[in-house]
Design a protein around this ligand. Structure first.
Ligand SMILES: C[S@@+](CC[C@H](N)C(=O)[O-])C[C@H]1O[C@@H](n2cnc3c(N)ncnc32)[C@H](O)[C@@H]1O
Length: 278
């Protein structure tokens, strides 16, 4: 099946994507969502990811061995459903809203939540958008912007005013706190009203990252209230753990592992979901 917003090319060759690169991690995430969508009781149902994987030339068998989708697919699915539900509910109430989807990677969310008059902007680093553009095509209501979100020029491509939902899944932990607050302040001041939806790692995120990697995780939030301080109108209206929905996992062994993760406060609160209104 070809994605309705595909670039029109049936097969795309991503074999040049280096193993272990940022682009490769995005292929892994796409694969996890595609794999989960093929389960009989899929949580996220990301059939667009499955269609994308079918179109991409890559060593998927090798990716399968590395990402071990038996368990990991559910973390991606549980996190993804929160964003889908928040954006879906907001766009149902505001059909002509703007969606600013930050750090989109290869996510197919724009095609899952399709409302005819919604304006959708997928934003990521230029090299990621270059890759993404081989897979998906722009329309007059769907745009891709290649820029670091810490730059400001790209925002001039967004409309001004009206309702907007600003979503950042798996992104803000790679920025510093001042960068996050400035980004949120600038974006929320551009629109009349709306919501911000994001997941944030706990302060353990940067600590563990320094211990085990070169420190790519740069920000961890105590309780999400830091973001609410970015603008006076921002209010934190919901906060929950990514693994709160563990009971939805259909496979018994995987459900048990996520249940254990949920029972221990440090692991339960490692990646939390937050929703703000403005
Ligand atoms: C963990 S991935 C999540 C991707 C996607 N949201 C998903 O859930 O599949 C983080 C994404 O943030 C992007 N990213 C990191 N730093 C960024 C920045 N400064 N500006 C824009 N995007 C950035 C990366 O390129 C990557 O696509």
């Amino acid at each position: 099946m070809t994605d309705p917003l595909s670039s029109g090319v049936d097969r795309v060759d991503f074999t040049g994507v280096a193993w272990g690169s940022v682009e490769w991690t995005l292929l892994c995430m796409l694969y996890l969502r595609a794999h989960e969508s093929r389960q009989p009781e899929s949580i996220l149902g990301d059939h667009h990811a499955a269609a994308a994987v079918e179109r991409i030339e890559y060593d998927w068998a090798r990716i399968h061995r590395v990402v071990r989708p038996t368990v990991n697919q559910y973390g991606a699915a549980l996190r993804g459903t929160y964003f889908d539900a928040a954006i879906g509910a907001f766009s149902a109430a505001h059909p002509s809203a703007t969606v600013v989807h930050l750090g989109c990677g290869l996510h197919s969310r724009a095609f899952r939540i399709s409302a005819p008059s919604l304006r959708w902007f997928d934003v990521d680093l230029p090299q990621i958008i270059a890759l993404r553009s081989q897979l998906y095509a722009e329309t007059d209501r769907y745009r891709m912007i290649g820029s670091s979100v810490t730059e400001t020029d790209w925002m001039s491509q967004l409309p001004v005013g009206g309702p907007a939902v600003i979503a950042a899944e798996g992104l803000l932990m790679y920025l510093t706190e001042p960068q996050v607050l400035e980004l949120v302040r600038r974006l929320t001041s551009r629109f009349d009203s709306g919501e911000v939806v994001a997941d944030l790692l706990s302060p353990w995120g940067p600590r563990l990252s320094r211990m085990f990697t070169s420190g790519i995780i740069t920000w961890g939030s105590r309780d999400g209230t830091e973001i609410a301080s970015a603008a006076p109108t921002l209010q934190l209206v919901d906060s929950r753990s990514v693994v709160d929905g563990f009971h939805r996992i259909p496979r018994k062994t995987a459900r048990l592992l996520y249940r254990l993760q949920h029972a221990i406060p440090a692991t339960r609160d490692y990646d939390r979901l937050y929703r703000y209104t403005f």
